[in-house]
Design a protein around this ligand. Structure first.
Ligand code: SAM
Length: 306
């Protein structure tokens, strides 16, 4: 029946009955599985299938087109790193743009920075925003900050309309390059990002797994070395519910005041004000920041050769 078919499209019962299995051509031959206690939401937006389920060991889980976007238990590892790696690397960030990130977790992290005056977010899918507000209040709490302005639309088109040199930092919290996020991994998009940044401004983009996607990472690094005339670095973190258990970030800066991503100048974990009205940081600290740039030899070799 149709109910079963749509459940299968979301990855339920395709491998082990009663478990969610994450199957995708992005990681052929493997499928991480989580035991499902209860499916809480299933919908289809103009862009993707959206599902929320209660897992037995990772809390609630947000799934888009059959791919896990976040779980309550390990989202801290992703949101804190994708945000504080760039923002702690520059003094006094004021204007920040988030592309994607509709769940609001990156907003929650950006808002810990007291120097920030303006936080724009451009998310393509309003259903992701609404579902996060309903099922993930500790993540969507990011929307409560009065500095946040939400734009629903395509990040590619949004960036093209941004006046040159507007932002101190841009964070691209995208899904995988299959579906609506495809263009967010392509060269013209990185060119618009560079244009929208001030001299010495920084970008941090979700840049997939060194275990699964070296070919995608190679292309991103090669493009970024051509486009960004400041620094170009790859960092990574562990997220147990992402395929292969790790995820990487591409960090670049534009020509201007030099940004040394490996030596943060704007520490946040020493600033009490960052955590007054929020939960304390769970993952990021000033020791893990430089450590995130240490790469295993096989990845280092490829990334440095680009
Ligand atoms: N914050 C998540 C986490 O903790 O892992 C990461 C995934 S986030 C939900 C990815 C978002 O990017 C999705 O909500 C998706 O709708 C959005 N997105 C995909 N393509 C986009 C585009 N072209 N413009 C803007 N947002 C896009």
């Amino acid at each position: 029946d149709t109910n079963n078919t749509s459940k299968e499209a979301d990855g339920i019962s395709s491998v082990i009955p009663g478990w969610f299995s994450e199957i995708s051509p992005m990681w052929p031959g493997e499928a991480h599985s989580l035991k499902v206690e209860k499916v809480l939401f299933q919908g289809k937006s103009d862009y993707q299938n959206v599902m929320v389920f209660q897992s037995s060991t990772y809390g609630k889980v947000l799934v888009l087109d059959g791919v896990i976007q976040l779980t309550e238990r390990d989202e801290c590892a992703y949101q804190e790193m994708i945000t504080h790696l760039p923002l702690c690397s520059i003094p006094n960030p004021k204007k920040v743009l988030v592309i994607g990130g509709g769940d609001g977790g990156v907003l929650r992290e950006v808002s810990r920075h007291s120097s920030v005056e303006q936080i724009d977010i451009c998310e393509i899918d309003k259903m992701v925003v609404d579902v996060s507000k309903q099922y993930f209040p500790d993540v969507a709490v990011g929307y409560d900050d009065p500095r946040v302005k939400l734009h629903i639309g395509d990040g590619v088109a949004f960036l093209k309309a941004v006046p040159e040199g507007t932002y101190d930092a841009i964070i691209v919290d995208s899904s995988d390059p299959i579906g609506p996020a495809q263009e967010l991994f392509e060269k013209p998009f990185f060119e618009s990002v560079a244009k929208a940044l001030r001299p010495g401004g920084v970008v941090c983009t979700q840049a997939e797994s060194i275990w699964l996607h070296m070919h995608i990472i190679e292309d991103i690094v090669a493009n970024c070395r051509q486009i960004f005339k400041g620094s170009v670095n790859y960092a990574w973190t562990t997220v147990p519910t992402y395929p292969s258990g790790v995820i990487g970030f591409m960090l670049c800066s534009t020509e201007g005041p030099l940004v040394d991503f490996k030596h943060p100048v704007n520490p946040i974990d020493k600033d009490e004000s960052c955590c007054k009205s929020k939960r304390p940081l769970k993952f990021y600290n000033s020791e893990i920041h430089p450590a995130a740039f240490c790469l295993p030899s096989f990845a280092k070799k490829v990334i440095e050769s680009k």
